[in-house]
Write a protein that binds this ligand. Sequence first.
Ligand SMILES: C[S@@+](CC[C@H](N)C(=O)[O-])C[C@H]1O[C@@H](n2cnc3c(N)ncnc32)[C@H](O)[C@@H]1O
Length: 269
Amino acid sequence: MSGFSAQWLALREPYDAKARDKSVLDAVAAAFRGQPSVSVVDLACGTGATVRALEPRLPERQVWRLVDNNLSLLAEAAALGRPPNRTVSAQPVDLARDLEAPLDGPVHLVTTSALLDLVSAEWLDRLALEAAARRLPVYAALTYQGRASLEPAEPFDLEVIAAVNRHQRRDKGFGPALGPEAGRHAVRSFERVGYHVLPGASDWVFGRQDREIQLQLLAGWAVAATELGDLPPHAIATWLAERRNLVVAGQSSMRVDHVDLFATPIASR
Ligand SMILES: C[S@@+](CC[C@H](N)C(=O)[O-])C[C@H]1O[C@@H](n2cnc3c(N)ncnc32)[C@H](O)[C@@H]1O
């Protein structure tokens, strides 16, 4: 599993789409219902998963500004076919350095998905401040929450997940990452600058038939745990081999906790 490869993003997108919290999506839709058009900036867009998740719920006329620092993902997102009433532009930006420029100009909504657990507390506070300065609502989906359950459970699962969570706190380009703390921190950051925050659970649920995503995720966890160096590599390798056997035999299922939120400025615009 590579966090940002197009293959991994394509594999996870249907599970993400199913996981996105419906009441949070409904609240985003309701905020723009009846408006003739909406301009959205999607931060760390990858190949455009948030566009695909949101566009059926927003007003017919949509202007999307897609922002990422990965040029090949950005090109893939920008090249997607769009109905006549959608305008999509791609903006290569290192969001760790420049958050303000993508938010400037005619924007009604900020979106992001699977980003907040990568960023630092300082960066997330800055996002909340910059959004508040522009009175922009923010939809942030699929933030990893640090909890996962595997069936059938193995004693070593918890040790690997704890190691993955420690690895999640490493710098991902934005300073020390919030990892599993990101969802809670986001609520505090936005509330502090006068936002109402609607959270909703968006857990990944992988059934026994969902073999490929489980195999990729488990392999990614094993790499992360090994990189960290806290657990014996042979124990991680044995754990991975056993878990893979369960997946291949159609005996493994998983739940990985995520959270979505829709943050809106409390005072009217
Ligand atoms: C886990 S992917 C999520 C992609 C997409 N939002 C989705 O849900 O499929 C994280 C995204 O953050 C982008 N990213 C990471 N660091 C970044 C940075 N410093 N500036 C801009 N984008 C960044 C990656 O290129 C990647 O597209």
